[in-house]
Design a protein around this ligand. Structure first.
Ligand code: MBD
Ligand code: FE
Length: 276
């Protein structure tokens, strides 16, 4: 989306002038020297050169922006997208969707399933879920080397009852890249580099607002101490371990698996806004 599409010229002018005022005031009251100013802009330039500009900003600021949008939302809360989303992931063939994965993909098998409804509880068929997450080493395909393209990235749609299910593996807590500029900042602040285990998902369907969610798992590490500060009530879901060969077979797994459910609620697109 372009800047004008998300804000409009008047809004851009208002917020940019306000930001300018806030930052000028900050420079003055904090006594930022010329050298310190140059060091800060160099850091941003380095983050761009390292391909970390989204990482740097998302870790520090994205969750705050989702909170602003979530205040007063009737649908499921949104969550941070983070730096590793890619458009045009492979389309999976239901009804039991299987995420693209290596034949020997490591990790605990995960069945992720649920429903998508509107705010009145009506099931929504044909909603696309665009799911992406890390592998058992905490690495994302198409970003980190040595992983087949599109591994653990896939799109699938809700069935006639507004339900979905997908087979994948449970991602572990994830250590963000720490050897670049973002890592240098976090180290200087004395922070660690971990995010709790999570699934990223976007939902889209004609007539509904596209939304970006992220789901975490009860009892996991770093839920209270996410480097990106992005965990919110309502996004942490239970994991039920299923150690029953018959049920593994029923769901196409060759070993015990974990079962995770989440029901999404989508908001209708306001029909006053331009359709996209
Ligand atoms: C991620 O996977 C992520 O979700 C965020 C916010 C930052 C870095 C990597
Ligand atoms: Fe992530």
């Amino acid at each position: 989306m372009t800047h004008i599409e998300v804000a409009g010229a008047d809004r851009i002018r208002t917020v940019v002038e306000d930001l300018e005022r806030v930052l000028l005031d900050f420079v003055r009251t904090r006594g930022i020297t010329h050298a310190q100013y140059r060091a800060a802009t160099d850091l941003i330039i380095e983050s761009v050169k390292a391909g970390e500009e989204s990482l740097l900003f998302d870790v520090f600021f994205e969750a705050e922006a989702t909170d602003v949008g979530n205040a007063g939302r009737e649908g499921s809360p949104e969550a941070i997208e983070g730096p590793f989303y890619l458009e045009n992931a492979p389309q999976l063939q239901g009804p039991v969707n299987v995420m693209p994965q290596r034949p020997d993909e490591r990790g605990v098998p995960l069945l992720f399933r649920g429903t998508v409804t509107d705010v009145d509880g009506r099931p929504l068929p044909g909603i696309e879920l665009d799911l992406w997450h890390a592998d058992a080493d905490g690495l994302y395909s198409n970003i980190h080397p040595g992983i087949p393209d599109w591994n653990l990235r896939g799109r699938f749609t809700t069935d006639g009852d507004g339900a979905f299910q997908v087979r994948t593996i449970l991602p572990p807590p994830y250590e963000i890249p720490k050897d670049g500029p973002t890592g240098r900042v976090l180290r200087a602040l004395g922070r660690h580099f971990f995010r709790p285990a999570h699934l990223h998902v976007k939902l889209r369907g004609a007539g509904f607002e596209e939304m970006t969610s992220q789901l975490y798992f009860e009892g996991g590490d770093y839920l209270e101490d996410d480097v990106a500060g992005a965990v919110r009530d309502g996004l942490v879901i239970p994991l039920v371990t299923v150690d029953d060969p018959a049920r593994s077979t029923e769901h196409g797994f060759d070993r015990p698996f974990v079962d995770a459910r989440y029901d999404f609620v989508l908001e209708r697109r306001a029909n006053t806004s331009a359709s996209a």
